[in-house]
Design a protein around this ligand. Structure first.
Ligand SMILES: NC(=O)c1ccc[n+]([C@@H]2O[C@H](COP(=O)([O-])OP(=O)(O)OC[C@H]3O[C@@H](n4cnc5c(N)ncnc54)[C@H](OP(=O)(O)O)[C@@H]3O)[C@@H](O)[C@H]2O)c1
Length: 314
């Protein structure tokens, strides 16, 4: 089975941009809504992509967006909410899932690929983020007449990621010592293009209906190892000091109220569980090691690699 026209919610984001280039290669027609059309005009070079200014939280707009589509991909999500009580996560993940299901029903769309997160769990997730991701996933998989495939990645890396790039930036401005919360939590970072390839395979494979795929890279690292690795790649000498659990909590409480929430109480709660997979990567794909990719974008500061920073400053 092959869907021809796909609506991609969150298609302008970090993962979305990699996915749309993969889908374009496979000849799919794409409709990509955005709140900030001007900011994403560069995507207009893709002849099979229709960029649309729209509010995906408006149920009527969603129905219009899905008109004529055979499948929907939902990548929209947040890692931090504006408030502090979980309402923002519930709105961004659970309420949106309800609106997507209703709009799919209205437009007779039967196929949905949904981005969740590793450790998402409606009942036992330790954070608002992970519980709301779990609730959205459960709801969608229990929606009648909708063939849903969910993806549950560990942290995702690639050019413009907000993990290695953020640590690289912080390491550069830090004094000799770099205090790090939750240093022992483990991750299996997965390459963004491997994530995109998994989505494309799922679109073409009926066996993926109803499946929940955990997505991890080939190796497991502690957070401290990843930060030390980042420092070595960008060539700065910093001593990474792992904070105790008490100090990690303290840092989360303080940073929660700094502009931009560099680290939040909810992030701290999410980091109470390791973000690692049990099984292998789906569709027989071999996941890419981060050592093969990360130095390429952390060290090559070309004019093009600075565009995202210029855009966010604009
Ligand atoms: N990055 C990771 O390491 C990681 C790990 C696990 C799971 N995930 C999940 O993967 C998905 C994609 O992540 P990403 O890193 O690509 O995210 P991202 O770069 O922040 O992109 C999010 C996209 O969602 C769209 N969006 C629409 N309405 C939004 C709203 N009300 N609030 C925020 N965004 C809205 C944004 O589009 P406009 O701004 O153009 O409107 C943006 O393109 C998310 O669901 C995330 O939870 C990511």
């Amino acid at each position: 089975m092959r869907a021809q026209r796909i609506c991609i919610l969150g298609g302008t984001g970090f993962v979305g941009r990699h996915l749309i280039y993969r889908l374009a290669e496979h000849g799919y027609q794409m409709r990509v809504p955005t709140r900030r059309y001007e900011r994403h005009r560069d995507l207009l070079v893709l002849p099979t992509l229709d960029l649309v200014q729209a509010d995906i939280h408006d149920p009527k707009a969603l129905i219009q967006l899905f008109a004529g589509c055979e499948a929907v991909v939902n990548l929209a999500g947040i890692l931090n909410e504006k408030g502090h009580n979980g309402r923002g996560f519930y709105h961004a993940h659970v309420e949106l899932a309800h609106k997507i299901a209703a709009a799919c029903h209205k437009q007779n769309i039967k196929r949905l690929l949904h981005m969740s997160a590793l450790n998402a769990d409606a009942r036992n997730g330790p954070s608002f983020y992970l519980r709301s991701k779990g609730q959205a996933e459960d709801f969608l998989h229990n929606t009648r007449d909708l063939h849903v495939t969910s993806f549950r990645p560990s942290v995702i890396f690639g050019p413009e990621d907000s993990f290695f790039n953020r640590f690289a930036k912080l390491l550069k401005i830090a004094p000799r010592l770099f205090p790090l919360a939750c240093p022992r939590v483990r991750f299996a970072p997965v390459y963004v293009d491997d994530v995109a390839r998994a989505f494309v395979h799922a679109l073409q494979d009926r066996h993926s209906f109803g499946q929940h795929y955990d997505l991890c890279g080939p190796h497991v690292y502690t957070l401290k190892q990843l930060v030390e690795y980042t420092a070595s790649v960008i060539g700065v000498r910093r001593r990474v000091i792992g904070l105790s659990d008490f100090l990690s909590r303290w840092q989360a409480h303080i940073f929660e109220y700094l502009p931009g929430k560099p680290f939040s109480w909810d992030n701290y709660q999410s980091l109470r569980v390791d973000s690692v997979c049990r099984g292998s990567f789906p569709f027989g794909l071999q996941p890419t090691a981060l050592e093969a990719i990360v130095p390429g974008y952390l060290t090559h500061r070309t004019a093009h690699s600075r565009y995202p920073a210029y855009r966010s400053h604009a």
